[in-house]
Design a protein around this ligand. Structure first.
Ligand code: UT7
Length: 335
């Protein structure tokens, strides 16, 4: 029988610095009232200068390996759009810092859908028998690419990392991932964009990079497409798992905006109480958002062993996806 990917460990890492809406209002033309009513966010964690994505990724990976009770894996996948360097990938360095030198390790770039793209990738290696155990990390430090003067994006994003260990198991086990579906639409490539620094618009040698170094987002466009695509992808993943949307015990959506989460829940006919959310405390942590929300839901008892869980995300590219799984008996560990 073909092995199934089974989650057997989960870890997190957050910067200690809390930035509240009032802190942002002290330096930008915004308010706690605007941010909390439009997004549901009250505070976010921001990495101190000198802390890189790889540092958070390493710590979350360490937590996941401890939570799994076995520090051996034969593959490391890091989903991020804020790698430590443009070249090389951050994953090999994270792997060696975790004592995993020698295993294949690479970065995967799918913006806020990165964790789901990584889940599909890790699952495929396990199903094919190419890997027995995979460490999948979602980590981002968006604070390093945000325009300090852009109140819209600074209000939303925070930094963090979350990780899971997947092992080869059986489809009937708690923790088994039963379906993942993904999609993309490049016509939306400029809806979420860091214009400069790539091969299309390299930074001129010797010059200080200008505005093109910052993250930009067409918020309303992204909002509309996020609701459509996350709802459709969730229906598809539920159907592939043989579930009706009403069978979902816990929807764990990408934490982009509380109003997006509410709209997706409405379209699926789910009461919002069946959604996991930590957006109030962490904001949007991009590739880290789903594993951080899973860890919070598991840690608080919101997620119980055997629960039917539906993950869904939308991000730059545009990319999107959804996955169906059952929840295993694991305790999240902070790295
Ligand atoms: O993670 C990847 C996926 N990302 C998302 O899913 C994000 C999706 N988009 C959103 O969550 C929302 O579009 C935002 C929260 C980003 C913005 O909310 P909105 O209700 O769509 O506002 P808007 O962009 O239409 O802006 C309305 C007004 C504008 O002012 P004017 O032009 O009407 O005078 C903005 O400049 O609100 C202003 N505004 C703010 N005002 C106070 C934008 N950000 C802020 C702010 N504080 N932080």
């Amino acid at each position: 029988m073909q092995p199934a990917p089974v989650i057997c460990g989960i870890g997190t890492s957050l910067p200690s610095r809390v930035v509240t809406n009032d802190d942002l209002a002290a330096e930008l033309d915004t308010s706690d009232e605007w941010i909390s009513t439009r997004t549901g966010i009250r505070e976010r964690r921001i990495a101190d200068p000198g802390t890189a994505t790889g540092d958070l990724a390493r710590a979350a990976g360490e937590g996941a390996l401890k939570s799994a009770g076995d520090a051996s894996v034969d593959m490391v996948v890091l989903a991020t759009t804020t790698p430590d360097h443009r070249c090389p990938a951050t994953a090999p360095d994270v792997a060696q810092r975790l004592g995993l030198t020698g295993v294949p390790a690479w970065d995967l770039s799918a913006v806020c859908s990165g964790f789901l793209y990584g889940l599909a990738c890790a699952s495929s290696f396990i199903r094919a028998g190419t890997a027995e155990r995979v460490l999948l990390i979602g980590a981002d430090t968006y604070s390093t690419i945000l325009d300090p003067n852009d109140r819209a994006t600074r209000a939303i994003f925070g930094d963090g990392a979350g990780a899971v260990v997947l092992r080869a198991g059986s489809p009937a086990e708690d923790g088994a991932v039963s379906s993942v579906n993904l999609g993309s639409d490049g016509t939306l490539r400029d809806a979420i964009l860091v214009e400069g620094g790539g091969s299309r618009s390299p930074f001129p040698p010797g010059e200080v990079p200008g505005e093109g170094r910052y993250f930009t987002m067409r918020g309303k466009t992204v909002f509309r497409h996020a609701v459509d695509r996350m709802s459709e992808a969730s229906r598809t993943a539920a159907e592939s798992a043989g579930w009706d949307p009403s069978d979902i015990d816990c929807l764990v959506p990408h934490q982009a905006n509380a109003r997006i989460i509410q709209a997706v829940a409405d379209r699926l006919g789910l009461p919002v109480e069946r959604c996991a959310s930590n957006i109030e405390r962490l904001g949007n942590t991009a590739a880290a958002s789903i594993p951080l929300a899973l860890a919070d839901a598991a840690g608080s008892g919101r997620l119980r062993t055997g629960d039917r869980v539906l993950l869904t995300a939308f991000g730059g590219g545009a990319t999107w996806g959804a996955a169906a799984l059952t929840w295993p008996d694991v305790a999240p560990m902070a790295g």
